[in-house]
Design a protein around this ligand. Structure first.
Ligand code: SF4
Length: 270
């Protein structure tokens, strides 16, 4: 307990869950002092449009914060002191600058572009206030919720108190007129569009529906030392998707041994 005044901060990612949480908190007349959005610069254009629309709808400002250095700089230019083990040099050759693509055990972009600026912002406020953070995790996000509760026992999860699932949140947002320009009709999850950790299926949808963003993905892949995914570069993915289309047009399956053998051959021959 502290005698500092309380400051109620809603953490807004802009996705369906945190948007539903914010709208419902307003509907329930809950105190909200700051609505905080941490901008990675990697959101779909529709997400930025959604935030503008949300701001207009609620008649309140969303506080948008950003890391000092942007993704592209940290990804490809930032000078990093690395331990150059022989194995590392053998794998990556002359080490280039930048963190490269995130991997399952190296989500540098989450810490540098999301957690750090958010923490720095809140840290200043904590000197003066007892900051209470509201996080939009739905009741059916078991693993995420447990991890969040263990790491941040002081956070509040109103969606859990309201027993709202992810599907409830989306439905609720739709009922209030928010549809993210159809993003949730295409993707299961909406986060950084360039994330190499999203599923192959989501990447295929990105490729098919957002050619401009895909071009940018190709460009970024061409300026980094780290492979996009353990199994495919961006160009290889593009070739796979094209090959899938060819096979489907011929009525051939795209998930059997013959497909993968032929795909391997095609990738090998460029
Ligand atoms: S969603 Fe992916 S690209 Fe975005 S910050 Fe997390 S790991 Fe990085």
């Amino acid at each position: 307990m502290t005698d500092k005044p309380k400051l109620h901060v809603v953490s807004l990612s802009g996705g369906k869950d945190s948007t539903a949480m914010l709208l419902k908190m307003i509907e329930n007349n809950m105190q909200i002092d700051i609505i905080l959005f941490c901008d990675t610069g990697l959101e779909f254009p529709q997400m930025y449009e959604h935030l503008d629309k949300l701001e207009k709808h609620i008649g309140r400002k969303i506080t948008r914060i950003k890391a000092k250095q942007d993704f592209e700089y940290l990804f490809s230019e930032h000078k990093i002191k690395r331990k150059r083990s022989e194995k590392f040099i053998e794998k990556y050759g002359e080490i280039k600058n930048g963190y490269g693509w995130a991997g399952p055990r190296m989500r540098w972009c989450t810490s540098k572009l999301k957690d750090l600026p958010r923490e720095q912002f809140l840290q200043k406020l904590r000197q003066e206030y007892d900051v209470i953070e509201y996080i939009g995790i739905a009741v059916d996000e078991g693993y995420r919720l447990n991890r969040e509760r263990n790491q941040n026992p002081n956070h509040i999860h109103p969606l859990v108190d309201w027993n709202m699932t992810e599907a409830d949140c989306l439905e609720y947002c739709y009922s209030k007129g928010f549809d993210w320009g159809g993003l949730y009709k295409i993707f299961h999850r909406v986060s950084c569009w360039c994330c190499p950790l999203q599923s192959l299926d989501e990447l295929r949808k990105l490729h098919d529906n957002f050619p401009e963003l895909w071009k940018k993905l190709e460009y970024w892949d061409s300026i980094t030392w780290r492979k996009f995914r353990a199994d495919y570069t961006v160009l290889e993915l593009e070739k796979r998707f094209a090959f899938e289309k060819e096979c489907l047009e011929k009525g051939l399956p795209i998930n059997n041994k013959a497909f993968f053998t032929a795909l391997k051959e095609r990738l090998k021959n460029g």
